[in-house]
Write a protein that binds this ligand. Structure first.
Ligand code: ABC
Ligand code: CA
Length: 473
């Protein structure tokens, strides 16, 4: 699928080992960093759970066979050993094909995570350079396929970031591929082409993008031939933006930090977040092709930063309604609260997969509205948001005919009235699809929206809700 097809989607991010299992639902010791039994067939069995929340795409862990490192394993999938075989812990090539077709028969898309910067850490043994252990890997089994060992010490030195290894020693570091070697480039380009066609993959999430020279990527993404979204783990939009010259989208790290700060405590104001939304517009070629997120496998889950459930709900509401493609990390809907890696990779079977928990239902409602907005051709989701009002504890913006009112007053606040006035508002009755309360836009273009207990409102013209399944319509 193309970037423009992905822009209307909502993505559910899965750590394959931790989302669903077809085996015993044993408890998962996070500290141990072992495989806990999640697999591809487990995902197939839980597609109703995902689609029930309104997601129409999933992103799964890297699928290739991984190395094990002295007591730790590649349960997360980022430690490639043999790029031509499927990680047996996750299933078989046929299981991956079955997942792909199960998704497609539901009208959903498959995104696979891929890593081209490095291979997995070597098992015990080699102590110097690269030459002693390269035979571990397929197909990168020649020393010329790797950069010599050096550790990344200076993130301001792009050469150091690209040519050196992640990790502090040859033993636990990630062998850095020589992505300048034409043999390596050719192997990667034909591999990604094969992966996409063998498994009918619709999009790729690319790992460690800033650790490979920029001009490696156009050949790789054009060989893939589908939407690509890269990980450049950096908060500065001026640093990340140029990467959109070499691939379709990026994970929106520049947004992530101000978004977290706006909702990590009450009454933090919205200026920093609004400024970032604007700065992203000037630094990126296509802001709507960026992937917005609040949680992922590398950062502490949001509820580990604040226990305020209203702040959490507001932050998620921005991810679902702001500019860009929403990405929700598995377990976010159940308010899992793990901290940094490895504690943010809980086994979801521990939850029992309830479909009535508050955030599950919240995400479901907003996704229903997204579908409705998407089918209303007058004002699509790709319309950039317009900020209409902000204060120390509220922010209102319009996107198409949707009016979103976010609050940072917190769960212990009472009622909060936000009065918005703009000639761009339709003079009509609006329904908050979360509470089902209605509010009128008067002929002067002003509306007063009442929020309760710090929860947001997501409003849409009542007359446009027919067939949405929202608020009895
Ligand atoms: C394992 C252990 C960890 C241990 C680590 C050293 O080894 O589990 O407990 O701390 C995979 C696994 C991890 C595993 C690693 C290493 O491999 O998932 O569990 O950690 O073996 C991607 C993936 C990630 C994956 C890999 C490796 C890469 O999303 O899941 O990890 O394939 C860097 C990379 C980034 C990478 C991330 C983990 O490390 O650039 O691609 N993620 C700064 C740097 C970033 C750096 C980040 C985190 O710190 O600039 O480059 O990311 O270390 C902002 C700044 C940012 C700054 C942040 C912290 O603050 O703007 O620049 O990021 O304000
Ligand atoms: Ca590199």
């Amino acid at each position: 699928a193309t970037a423009s097809q992905w822009k209307n989607r909502t993505i559910y991010q899965i750590v394959t080992d931790r989302f669903a299992t077809t085996g015993a639902q044993s408890s998962c010791n996070l500290d141990a960093r072992q495989y806990c039994g999640g697999n591809l067939r487990g995902i197939i069995q839980k597609l109703d759970y995902i689609q029930g929340m309104g997601f129409d795409a999933i992103w799964i862990s890297p699928v290739v066979s991984n190395t094990d490192l002295q007591g730790q394993t590649g349960y997360h999938g980022y430690w490639s050993k043999d790029i031509y075989s499927i990680n047996p812990h996750f299933g078989t090539a046929d299981d991956l094909k079955a997942l792909s077709s199960a998704l497609h028969s539901r009208g959903m898309l498959l995104m696979v995570d891929v890593v081209a910067n490095h291979m997995g850490p070597q098992d015990k043994g080699a102590s110097t350079g690269t030459s002693q252990y390269t035979s571990l890997y397929t197909p990168f089994s020649d020393p010329s396929h790797y950069h010599n060992f050096c550790t990344i010490t200076n993130y301001n030195d792009q050469n150091n970031v690209e040519q050196c290894w992640l990790g502090s020693s040859p033993q636990d570091g990630l062998p850095d591929l020589n992505t300048e070697n034409p043999a390596v480039v050719n192997l990667w380009n034909s591999w990604i082409k094969g992966l996409v066609s063998n498994y009918t993959v619709d999009g790729i999430r690319i790992d460690t993008v800033k650790h490979v020279r920029k001009d490696f990527w156009p050949g790789f993404v054009s060989s893939a031939g589908v939407y690509s979204i890269g990980e450049v783990f950096q908060g500065d939009p001026a640093y990340v933006g140029p990467y959109q010259q070499v691939m379709d989208g990026l994970l929106n790290y520049p947004l992530y930090y101000p978004l977290t700060r706006a909702f990590q405590k009450t009454n933090q104001g919205f200026n920093e977040l609004i400024n970032m939304v604007n700065s992203i517009r000037t630094n990126f070629k296509d802001p709507m092709a960026l992937g917005n997120f609040l949680e992922n496998q590398d950062n502490p889950r949001f509820p580990s930063i604040t226990s305020d459930t209203a702040l959490n709900t507001n932050a998620i509401t921005y991810v679902l309604t702001g500019d860009g493609i929403p990405i929700i990390y598995y377990g976010e809907e159940q308010r899992y609260a793990g901290g940094n890696d490895p504690y943010n990779r809980e086994a979801l079977w521990g939850s029992g997969y309830p479909t009535n928990s508050p955030l599950y239902v919240h995400i479901q409602k907003v996704n229903k509205l997204r579908k409705k907005v998407q089918s209303a051709s007058d004002a699509p989701l790709s319309t950039p948001l317009t900020s209409l009002y902000n204060s120390s504890n509220a922010w209102a913006f319009k996107k198409g005919n949707m009016l979103v009112v976010l609050s940072s007053a917190g769960q212990n606040s009472g009622t909060q009235t936000v009065s918005i006035s703009s000639s761009s508002l339709p003079v009509t009755q609006m329904t908050d699809i979360l509470s089902c309360s209605t509010f009128n836009v008067n002929s002067g273009g002003s509306i007063s929206v009442t929020l309760n207990k710090g929860l947001p409102a997501v409003l849409y013209p009542t007359s446009g809700l027919g067939g949405s399944g929202l608020c009895g319509r």
